[in-house]
Design a binder for this molecule. Structure first.
Ligand SMILES: Cc1ncc(COP(=O)(O)O)c(C=O)c1O
Ligand SMILES: N[C@@H](CCCC[NH3+])C(=O)O
Length: 442
C-alpha cells in the first residue's frame, strides 16, 4: 500500500490519518466522509513558497480554490500565507466570509457576470484575470460606474497541447479560455486595456491544463509569452510586472502515475524562465502560480462503508459502497483512477479483485474498476485515496443523496469542517405544488 502524507497503521491494525484512527472517524462522523490531512496541505504550501524564496524570485502562490473550497479550507490557506484564485461569485463569497484578505484574491472565469464583477470590485480584490473582449468592455464600464481602477492580468492561450485528459486541457488554440497569442487577439487585448484608464495591466496569465507530469509544456508556454513580452516592451513600452503560469501540476493517483515532487515543478520551470528573461533582456517579473490539485489532492481520503456485493460468474465481482458519483464524479467524467484499501485492515494481503460500485442508479457509477482487495464484509470501511481535489468540490445531489461531511485531521485531532447534508437540506429550496389548483383547466 502507498501511504500519503501522515497516513499510517496503528496498533489495532487500522489506517490512521493525521494520527486519527479512520475507523473511529467513520463511527463518529458517518460515511461517506472526506478526511483531509491538513499537515500535508501545509507542507505543500510551504514547499511552493520556500522554493521561490530559495530561487530568489518574488512570487504569489495562489491556491485554486475550485479544487476544494470551504470556509475552513480558505482559512487554512490564509494561515499559510498563500493567495487565492476564485472563479465564481460563490467561491469569492466563501473567501470573503472566511475573512480572506481581498487584496490577495485573483478572480478568474470566462464569463464573469456583471453582478460578480461588481461584487469583486466592491470587495477591492487584488486582480481580475481578464479572459475575453466582452469582459474588457464589461469590466471597464463597471469600473467607470464605480469610479474604480481594476488591476488585471490578460489570460492568453499560448497554443500548447499538454498531455492530459481532453476535458482538462486549456492551453490549446481551440479553447474556450483566453486571448490567442498567435493570431493577434492577445495583442489587441493589450492595446485596448493599456489605453483604458479603468485598468492597471499587471501582466499575462496562462494555464495549459491540469494533471500534467512534465515541465515541457509549461516552459514552452512561458517561452511564447516571454517572446511577446519582449516584443510588446519595444512596441508599447509595456513591462509586465507579473507572469502567471497557472496551475496543473500532476499528482500520484495510482502506481502508474509518476509526477515530479510539487516543488520540483516550480524549480525546473523557474530556472528556465530566468534564462529566457535574461535571453530577452527583460527584468524578472513577479511569478504567480495557481496550484489546486497539487495542494489538496493527495491530502484527501474518502471513507465509505462497504455494503452489497454481486458476483457475475467468470466476469466480475462488484462491491458496492454507500457513496459514488454523487460524492466523486471524476471516475464517471474522466475515467479517473484511484487506489483503495479496507481501512480496518490495510496491511492484509489483497486476495481478490473487485470493482467498486457506487449506489447511484447509473451503470456508469463505478468508483474503481478491478481493485485488488483483501478479505472484506459488509460494514467494513473502504478508504479511497487521493480524493482531495475536485472530489467534494464536484459533489452533487444526484438521486437526492445528501453530500458527505468533511473533517480535517492533524496531530491526533479531528474537526468537522463541513457538516453532512440532511434530508431536510435536500428539500429546503423546494416549493410545494399548492399554488396550482388541482386538475387545472387546459
Ligand atoms: C485558470 C486555472 N488555474 C488553476 C487551476 C488549477 O489547476 P490544478 O488543480 O490542476 O493545479 C485551474 C484548473 O485547471 C485553472 O483553470
Ligand atoms: N475537474 C478536473 C480538473 C479541472 C480543472 C479546472 N480547470 C479534475 O477533476 O481533474
Amino acid at each position: 500500500m502507498h501511504f500519503y502524507g501522515t497516513s499510517s497503521v496503528n496498533e489495532k491494525g487500522h489506517l490512521t490519518i493525521g494520527g486519527v484512527d479512520t475507523i473511529d472517524l467513520a463511527k463518529d462522523f458517518g460515511t461517506p466522509l472526506y478526511v483531509y490531512d491538513i499537515h500535508l496541505i501545509r507542507q505543500r504550501a510551504r514547499g511552493f513558497k520556500d522554493t521561490f524564496e530559495r530561487l530568489g524570485v518574488s512570487s504569489q502562490v495562489a491556491y485554486a480554490s475550485k479544487a476544494f473550497s470551504s470556509i475552513a479550507m480558505i482559512q487554512l490557506i490564509e494561515q499559510e500565507g498563500l493567495s487565492l484564485d476564485v472563479v465564481s461569485g460563490g467561491e469569492l463569497y466563501t473567501a470573503l466570509k472566511a475573512g480572506f484578505n481581498p487584496e490577495k484574491i485573483h478572480f478568474h472565469g470566462n464569463n464573469k457576470s456583471p453582478e460578480e464583477i461588481a461584487m469583486a470590485l466592491d470587495a477591492d480584490i487584488g486582480c481580475f484575470v481578464v479572459d475575453n473582449f466582452y469582459e474588457i468592455e464589461l469590466l471597464s464600464r463597471i469600473c467607470k460606474e464605480k469610479a474604480k481602477q481594476a488591476s488585471i492580468l490578460l489570460r492568453v492561450t499560448p497554443g500548447i497541447e499538454a498531455h492530459t485528459h481532453d476535458y482538462i486541457l486549456t492551453g490549446q488554440e481551440d479553447s474556450k479560455f483566453g486571448f490567442d497569442l498567435q493570431n493577434g487577439q492577445a495583442e489587441e487585448a493589450l492595446q485596448k486595456t493599456l489605453d483604458d484608464q479603468s485598468f492597471k495591466v499587471l501582466g499575462l496569465h496562462c494555464h495549459i491544463g491540469s494533471q500534467i507530469f512534465e515541465t515541457t509544456g509549461f516552459i514552452m508556454a512561458a517561452e511564447k509569452m516571454i517572446e511577446k513580452m519582449a516584443d510588446w516592451k519595444v512596441k508599447y513600452h509595456f513591462s509586465a510586472e507579473v507572469l502567471n503560469l497557472g496551475g496543473g501540476f500532476g499528482i500520484r493517483y495510482t502506481k502508474e502515475d509518476e509526477p515530479l515532487a510539487p516543488a520540483k515543478y516550480v524549480e525546473d520551470i523557474i530556472t528556465e524562465v530566468k534564462m529566457l528573461m535574461d535571453k530577452h533582456q527583460l527584468a524578472m517579473p513577479e511569478i504567480w502560480i495557481e496550484p489546486g490539485r497539487s495542494l489538496t489532492g493527495d491530502a484527501g481520503t474518502t471513507l465509505y462503508s462497504v455494503g452489497s456485493s454481486k458476483h457475475v460468474p467468470e466476469v466480475r465481482n462488484y462491491l458496492a459502497v454507500d457513496g459514488g458519483m454523487s460524492d466523486n464524479i471524476r471516475p464517471a467524467l474522466y475515467n479517473a483512477r484511484y487506489e483503495a484499501v479496507i481501512a480496518n485492515r490495510p496491511d492484509a494481503k489483497a486476495e481478490t479483485v473487485v470493482s467498486i460500485a457506487g449506489k447511484c442508479c447509473e451503470s456508469g457509477d463505478m468508483l474503481i474498476w478491478d481493485l485488488p482487495i483483501s478479505e472484506h464484509q459488509p460494514g467494513d470501511v473502504l478508504a479511497v485515496f487521493c480524493t482531495g481535489a475536485y472530489g467534494y468540490a464536484m459533489a452533487n445531489n444526484y438521486n437526492r443523496i445528501p453530500r458527505p461531511a468533511v473533517v480535517f485531521v492533524e496531530d491526533g485531532r479531528a474537526e468537522l469542517v463541513i457538516e453532512r447534508e440532511s434530508y431536510e437540506d435536500l428539500i429546503k429550496h423546494d416549493r410545494s405544488l399548492s399554488r396550482f389548483k388541482e386538475g387545472s383547466e387546459r
